[in-house]
Write a new protein. Sequence first.
Length: 189
Amino acid sequence: MSAQVEAALELHRFFTDHGIAYALIGGFAVQFWGEPRFTQDLDITILVPSDEEEAVLGKILDHFAPRRPDAMAFALKHRICLVSASSGCPIDISLGIPGFEEEVMRRAVVRAVRPKNNIRICSAEDLILHKAVAGRPVDEGDIEGILLRQGGKLNLRYIRRWLKAFSQVPELEGVDKLFEKLRRKSRKI
């Protein structure tokens, strides 16, 4: 966990110093909103204007060690930059797209990982949305844990609005139904 915390703080300093909006997502964020589980890497989303992506990726790759020899080309093609922090922790930096990701950035919350050492993580609702779209079995478990831990504090209207929109994408059809199934299941526990 120590390497992850160090990496999260390094990310926070880097993106804050460069004025880049970011939010930690993935398994690390689950520790704040759901049932903690073991994860070795950090997942983060950043939001930069499309005409600045290559310049921002250049700054990222100058600071963080790339995990691929073709890191820039891969990031531009797949919208994900694979790097390692100084601690050696693997980091997946997703390039967010306008719309949903703008809301994720606005709704991100500051959390302390140590006294006077803060990071930005996505909201519980946005973490559910990220997990629902990813759709792996581990993500379904994470959603259940968030539902159990956050219960009535969640903004279900917000979650349902985005899941309905995501369900219109052929690859994500039924993602809204999956969430409702998991929600019913968590209410029975």
